[in-house]
Design a protein around this ligand. Sequence first.
Ligand code: SF4
Length: 689
Amino acid sequence: MTTTHCPYCALQCAMRLEPGPDGALAARPADFPTNRGGLCRKGWTSAEVLRTPDRLTTPLLRKDRTAEFTEVDWDTALDHVADRLAGLRAEHGPDSVAVFGSGGLTNEKSYLLGKFARVALGTSQIDYNGRFCMSSAAAGSMRAFGLDRGMPFPLTDVGEADVVLLAGANPAETMPPMMGHLSAPTLIVVDPRRSATAQQALAQGGMHLAPRPGTDLALALGLLHAVRAEGLADTDYIDARTTGFEATWAHAAAWWPEQTEHVTGVPATQIRAAARLLAEASGAYILTGRGTEQHAKGTDTVSAWINLALALGLPGTRGSGYGCITGQGNGQGGREHGQKADQLPGYRKIDDPAARAHVAGVWGVDPDTLPGPGRSAFELLDALGTETGPRAMLLFGSNPAVSAPDAGRVRDRIAALDLLVTADFVLSETAAMADVVLPVAQWAEETGTMTNLEGRVLRRRAAAAPPSGVRTDLEVLHGLATRLGQPAHRFPTEPDTVLAELRAASARGAADYSGVTPERLESGEALHWPVREGAEPTPRLFLDGFAHADGRARFTPVAHRPPAEATDAEFPLIATTGRLMGHYQSGAQTRRVAELAEAEPAVYVEVHPDTAARYGLAEHAWARVTSPRGSTLARVRLRGDARLDTVFLPFHYAGQQAANNLTNPALDPTSRMPEFKVSAVRLEPAAHH
Ligand code: SF4
């Protein structure tokens, strides 16, 4: 029996992996502060992914994309990849090779992947799928607090508050054990849909505010207006602990609740009531999720929610706060250790000379040889195979053919590459497009650390050996790096050796892991970062001051603007996307679990009955949903509480059923987050599919 953590989301529920009645490993809940002995359906069935029948155990190679894959041995595969990479670099320069990582990789893999890109390949062209997940919240927190840790407090604190406002988050569906922390507070849920979380809020006597998609920034401005106009702002806190309130108020002053109602559709009475609920609570939290962050104005929208939290005196106050609900399993750690285009380990900026010198010292290289910042995730994918873009890509733990915005365009770009190499455990939709596929271990077959949504570093433990023929990602990086001329010791394969180096590289950085040792992890100590060597961890940040030099939090003046794409006669409806309880991200894992696949076998489009009738659609009929970029075939699911102007699609399906065939890659100017949440579409009946 092995105690470990779930392979999926950032709640990182603890579980025991032990033989079931048939002798195969089965997952059972274990006690841990985030899940308190609970698991969702995905967690309960997670061990089934370990024995998926289409598991890859031999490297696959093909000479060109029209050919079938051939099974080859590891030396042949790695020699081939290293030769091709060396050739491309020699002919076109180091930036001709791109690396794409994942918020699902362990801290050790995230760290070594960033080092591999900068040192072994010398490329600036590295980013990861977390750019599509957390980047707006990270940028908003950096602006306001000078530091980004999704929740700067333990999740258990939230359950002790009187009121919790959830903006664009649906944990009742995406991370159900979290709802155990939300049963006592009064909930205010901000979501265009009457989501499962919104229903729970109403059942508990709370509120559901349902803005038009893409207007949450205006709603936050309206709430800030109501707080100030009704004398509910915490003026002592604003004076003592913040800067910039008056400039921010200048942007909010026009947002009377009635004006806000006009733009958002949320009744002014609800706006005033919500403001009063938050202000009169003795403890309150504002938490944001992807619904508020995945917009071309996502960073400003996060800033608007943080501005509201600051006006109420919540951040850095014990029993209150602002936080973001991280999505991917290692969404937090994944952005701290150097696989992001603009960052080095320890959450250091890659263009900071001191940061470069420190990290280069740990790596034993000349800081001048380290490349500068590269392209963000979508910009990187969109440049593949172009005249000035990368000609090869190494892909770890991600499936952008399904999960990237404007996925059809991204698939075309991937197809234009000279060389695509994927490390995966199955032939995902993106791996199926590759030239070389390297079969790698899964979560329960190797050890490593993850950092959950509350900035807590935890230990994932191996419960089984990988199948014969399978290697770990660390071994793949070692094999490629040495073939590219790197000394073997520079790319270790033992996770704890990599962790020791990561600790040194992160020391004295914003995300300081220097005190995260295997011994402390094994003891079960709650290691919320920063964890400096020899020091206590930091479960609650900002109680004594924020991370800006003056110790104050910053209000950020932000203005509402409409979504990047407007509806019109050709595309009269708004499409928004989200997750289902039974599936995770691109579905590459969960679509392989029989119970989950049978429960939700196909994409659906959720439509109001009147809207469906207008387009000649009935329950369960197949519909074609079309945006200016592409189309998706989906079964109609009628919802009487849906908005008349909006349809919803889950994004876990592939090919013609991929919701991201529709989504808009318009990018946030700061975070480079695409506008996943608002696309203009039309609906029409489709032939039986
Ligand atoms: Fe917990 Fe998330 Fe895993 Fe579900 S998917 S069991 S909520 S960690």
